[in-house]
Each structure stands twice: as C-alpha cells, then as structure tokens.
Design a protein around this ligand. Sequence first.
Ligand SMILES: *Cc1c(COP(=O)(O)O)cnc(C)c1O
Length: 395
Amino acid sequence: MKVNFFDVKRQYDLIKDEINNRIIEIVESGAYVNGPAVKDLERDLAKYLNAKHVITVGNGTDALEIALKSIDIKPGDEVITTPFSFFATSEAIAIVGATPVFVDIDESNLTIDVKRIEEKITSKTKAILPVHIFGAAANMDEIMQLAKKYKLHVIEDAAQAIGTKYHGKMAGVLGDIACFSFYPTKNLGCYGDGGMIVTNDDKLASIVKALKVHGAGKDGCLARELLTGIKEEINNNEQVSDLYDPYKYYNYLIGYNSRLDSIQAGILDIKLKHLEEYNNRRREIAKKYNQGLMHINEISIPLYNEENSYHQFVILTSQKEALIKYMNDNGVGCANFYPVPLHLQKAFDYLNYHEGDLKIAEKICKQTVCLPIFPELTEKEINYVIEKVKEFFEV
Ligand SMILES: *Cc1c(COP(=O)(O)O)cnc(C)c1O
C-alpha cells in the first residue's frame, strides 16, 4: 500500500466542478487583481475568524515582513521568537534589518517557552513573534501579559493554524497582528501562493493596506502620518474614476507589491466553506493516531487537544531516521519537520549561536517524525500507517 505524505489533488477532485466554474467565471470577468473575488474572500475570512480587518497578500512570508514593518520594526531592534519553525518566521525579522532573538521551546506543545522570554527582553526588544506550530496554539495569555508589562507588540505566525482555537477564540485574533499562508499544503491552501494579515487594530490595518501596494495613494498618505507623524496634504486636483485612480501614482512609503490573485481568492472562498469540516477530519485522524500509538513506550506524542487544527501530526522518537526510512520503505511518506533549529541554520551563523544554547529545540529537532495527515485520508490508510509504526517498534 502507498500512502502519500499529502495529496492535494484528492481534495480538488471532490470540489472540482465548483472550482472549475469559479475559475472560468473570474477569468471571464476580467478582474484579475483586487477584484470583487478578493473583497468577498476578505469579508468571509473576517467573519470566520471574527476579526475586524483581513488583508490578503502574496504569500505568508510577505505577510510576516509587512506585519513587522507595520509595527515599525527597524535595524537595531530585537524581536523574540521561537527556534522551532519554518525558516520564514525568523527570515522576515532579519529581512527588515532587526535581530531575531531565539527563546527555547516548551516540550509539552513545542511552542515558545514563555518562562524563558522575560530574561531575553532588553531595551532593544520591540516585539514577540510566537508561532502556533503544527496547529497547536502558543501560550498566548502569558505572552500577552508579558507584552503588556514591557509594552511590546505581539505578531502571531498563524501560517499553520487557520481554525486553531485557544480558549475558544480563533488563532489570529489573539495578538496585535497575525500572519497566515495559503500555500497549497496548509489547512486552507490555494493553487499557488497566497497569504493574509489579520488585525483588529485600525491603525495597523491602514499601514498594512498601504505597504502592500507600494505605500501609494490615500492609504499611503495616512500610513505615513501614522508611522512618522508627518502629515502630508494630498495635493491633487485630478478626479478619481472607475477608469483611473490618480492617487495610485503618489507614493508616501517604501512598500511592496504583494497581492493575492482573484483566481486564488475565488478558490479559497470555496474551500473556506469546507474548512471546519476539513479541520474536524484532521482532529479525528489525530485522535485515531493517538489512540493507536499511545501505548508504544519508545515514542511520545504531544498532548492531543481538541482546539488544535492538526496541520501536522508529530510523534517524538529517538529513532527518527530509522523510523522515517522504515515508513518510506513501506510506502508511507513521512516528513522531517524540522531537521535544523533556526538558531543553528547556516544563514544565521552571524548571530553566533552554538549547539547547546537551546537544548529543548535541538533535542526535539532530532526526534520529530510527522505522519501523513490530510482530510481525505481513508480509514484503510490511517490503519496502515498505525500498523507500520507499531511494526517498527515491534508492538
Ligand atoms: C508556510 C509558513 C510560512 C511561510 O508561508 P509562505 O506562504 O510559504 O511564504 C511562515 N511561517 C510558517 C510557520 C509556515 O509554516
């Protein structure tokens, strides 16, 4: 039997007619950028998350970079984050010129260890960037308390956590601003690249809207005032019409070109209607894996939790490499997230971290095996995966 680590085509086959019709509709409409499809999606996502502002962007990495810029993170600033994530989390901090300050993780849910944050706060610290890793929410209550005490911003990296809850509230509305990715294998994925920024803060929303379109127009003018205190008069007698927006060519900030295509927005809006059902199926699969594997002494499984959206199902074992090989030899795709903690990535050698600096993250990276988990997995496939893991450990 063959079980792929993921198979995005299966989901497409189930909603094919609806998706194909929508794509044709959008192509026929001629509105390919910032059209009604994008506005509809932003409205529907805001409702789903119970958030005030949803601003779509080109991808999750752009979302992080623009969010950091919106809170005015600059060279010389420090941003506290986790070493256990996808590279983009810390890359975005470095790209805006700030220094990522890595804090070790909590072994119980693999997110940033709040108890170790305070000792890393300096006069240069401007923000905390926790990641809801694999769909498990970071300990946001404690993080928000610390942020309040030290007047820091909190940016949630929720790229792996759309539909994750935390004490009943959606991930993405727990901090000041949040970033999501619609990369195809994420819990809500499009058929290419996409991302979004979510915030309840009107001021941050205005800045984000301006930054994603070259700091242009009326949004750009307002954003400049919010960021720098410099008030500009829009000195322009040309008329805005459906055909021509003269403000588009007045730029007030150095920004980005980061847009979600209308076609991707149309696809995402259809899939959003199924998201709860997809995430509940992930929870069901996680429960089955948990029940099937919890008795194996050689592995441990981070706590099963109904609020987790199970972007990944991870088991920890000291026999990582051998288990992945055994599963692959038996036709089961397993992933190695993440092989290197971020503080030890070559790209960050200039930060001078060494092996032994963040011991939990380093240990966890040597132990994680991610099993296939996507909503369309069949019972047969789930049972086969469980059987093969048990076989490896001879139980
Ligand atoms: C996927 C991901 C990103 C980046 O998203 P892209 O859309 O691929 O740019 C950032 N952070 C985390 C935790 C991710 O999983």
